[in-house]
Design a protein around this ligand. Structure first.
Ligand SMILES: [Zn+2]
Length: 69
């Protein structure tokens, strides 16, 4: 078993994902917002995406790196 630190709230948890059980619904919601936005604004920078979607810049960068497009 591997303990991971939740990227959203910083608490430790055991799972395969990047976020803990508490943050999973919020993260899914943000990913949906992110994907909807990216569909029409594929060339926007992480900063612009964060500003327009209200998603934390750190999370935007994480989604970009995960390539959830
Ligand atoms: Zn969390």
């Amino acid at each position: 078993m591997e303990f991971k630190k939740c990227v959203r709230c910083g608490s430790f948890f055991v799972t395969d994902g990047d976020v803990c059980q508490n943050c999973m619904p919020k993260d899914k919601l943000d990913i949906m917002k992110f994907q909807n936005y990216i569909e029409n604004n594929a060339n926007d920078s992480a900063n612009t995406i964060s500003l327009n979607t209200g998603i934390n810049l750190r999370n935007v960068n994480r989604y970009l790196n995960q390539d959830n497009r």
